[in-house]
Design a protein around this ligand. Sequence first.
Ligand SMILES: [Zn+2]
Length: 200
Amino acid sequence: MLKYLPVKFLRFLAISCLVTLISLGFDRLHPVKANPTLIAQNAWAGASFPVENFQTYTSGFGYRSSPMDGSQQFHAGLDMAAPLGSYIRNWWTGRIVELSDHTGCGTMIKMQSGQWTHIYCHLMGSVQSDSRGTFLIDRSGGIVLTLGQDIPAGARMARVGMTGRTTGPHLHWGLMYGNQYVDPALVLNAMYGSNPSGNS
Ligand SMILES: [Zn+2]
């Protein structure tokens, strides 16, 4: 009997750790579903559709099978196809809080607008740093952005590219409220009073 106690205890510990890990980390990936009030509360009149020459939504928010190995992956954004070089417009007046070009997201802008964080991936151009700061530069698009810069809603701030992990030109648009990902389709739905993604 005594011999088995440590095993049971270890199993208990393992399960406790797993539960803690799930509640700490994985929870962030859960979409905000029961939050229509939050989204309805915003005055969306000042918000901009984030991409010009929009064609179609190619991948929605949520779990999907990886095209590589079929495993389940969380897609924390909305993929919006548009021709290569189409201008991306800042969704909501805010500040550039991160610029990078070394992840699967490709050349990326992260904006902060109050509690909202908006993320734009697979952009044209590259990110460079020098003594004056960090910049996103897309010369042929006439784009130079500086980390920390304020950008008004609707301003052309980047172009649709093919950087990072992507099979075709599109904007990957991510949204967070606080530290939780939100389905961008819910916000577009609130902005335009329709259901842009075709799923609720
Ligand atoms: Zn995506």
